[in-house]
Design a protein around this ligand. Structure first.
Ligand SMILES: Nc1ncnc2c1ncn2[C@@H]1O[C@H](COP(=O)(O)OP(=O)(O)OP(=O)(O)O)[C@@H](O)[C@H]1O
Length: 288
């Protein structure tokens, strides 16, 4: 297929929140191909959200730059949209009115009549178009937020743990659907996740960050063709690779990570740790 997704280039990006203060991230450099799905993982505070905000122009880096299809990013745009953990819908509006907002705000109201029904079909909410969003479940509300993000035809979709508040079943369904929809639309996807299983479910490649300051510690390919099923050997192998890299970056004991990663069918979260020094010797696949 011809990808509509954009090429992202992150060029030696460093950021401190205060002038002269400690760096939140240091010398981050990577690229994302059009249509690729990339996940950023790492312990709490390693700078994943900072990096994502820089990618979508919500934050300007102290040093370095981000280019999307060759254009330097310094402001948000409907071409690169971000979805957050809370769907932030307007509670007094219907589902279709919320989905139309991105188009309305970007001066494309004429496209609403055709684009909104298409997006509602894509996220399987056509039957709910006239309902008030407050009548929907948390998972359905995230689908509305997804439809709203996709309506202006973005080239890049950035996801900052958008599924972490959902139950495991709903979360799994949305992980699968977002990956499918992004692939169908050829969108470049960059997501932040604490959840190793989610990372393997959704991404083609993972960047593992170490902390204090946040730096790229490892890059893990997740080459699983077709539908991703948690109990298959290739899924388990990719999950183990990622767990090892995470462990090496975070300086966690392997036993702790095994415990946190949980059973394949359970959505698992890796909480923060107080250990600061990454051990760069623990995984052959992890070191740069
Ligand atoms: N608005 C801010 N002002 C000052 N410091 C900040 C701000 N936002 C983040 N930081 C600091 O920058 C560092 C990176 O934070 P960031 O939120 O990017 O990490 P994260 O990996 O996304 O964490 P988490 O997984 O807990 O969401 C942390 O040390 C954090 O305290």
């Amino acid at each position: 297929m011809a990808f509509r997704g954009a090429h992202i280039q992150v060029d030696h990006v460093s950021h401190a929140y205060r002038r002269g203060g400690a760096l939140a991230i240091r010398d981050i450099e990577f690229q994302v191909s059009p249509g690729e799905a990339l996940v950023l993982v790492g312990r709490s505070g390693c700078g994943k959200s900072t990096l994502l905000q820089i990618l979508c122009g919500l934050l300007n880096p102290a040093r370095g730059r981000v280019l999307i299809d060759g254009h330097v990013i310094d402001a948000p745009s409907p071409d690169w949209v971000m979805m957050f953990q809370a769907p932030s819908l307007y509670p007094w509006m219907t589902v279709e009115q919320n989905v139309a907002l991105g188009l309305r705000f970007s001066g494309r109201s004429r496209e609403i009549a055709t684009r909104v029904p298409e997006m509602l079909e894509l996220v399987e909410l056509s039957a709910f178009a006239k309902r008030n969003v407050q009548d929907l479940s948390g998972g359905q509300q995230q689908r509305v937020a997804l439809a709203r993000s996709l309506a202006p035809n973005p080239h890049v979709l950035l996801l900052d743990e958008p599924l972490s508040a959902l139950d495991a079943f709903t979360r799994h369904a949305l992980q699968r659907d977002i990956r499918r929809i992004a692939a169908e639309m050829g969108i470049t996807l960059v997501l932040v996740s604490h959840d190793i299983q989610e990372a393997v479910m959704m991404a083609d490649r993972a960047l593992v960050l170490s902390a204090n300051p946040g730096e790229i510690f490892a890059e893990i390919e997740i080459p699983i063709p077709g539908e991703r099923l948690p109990n298959t050997p290739e899924f388990t192998a990719a999950r183990q690779d990622l767990v090892r890299a995470y462990e090496a970056a975070a300086g966690l004991a392997m036993a702790d990570v095994d415990r946190l990663d949980g059973a394949p069918e359970t959505a698992s979260a890796i909480p923060s740790t107080d250990k600061n020094q990454p051990s760069k010797t623990a995984s052959a696949s992890a070191g740069r």
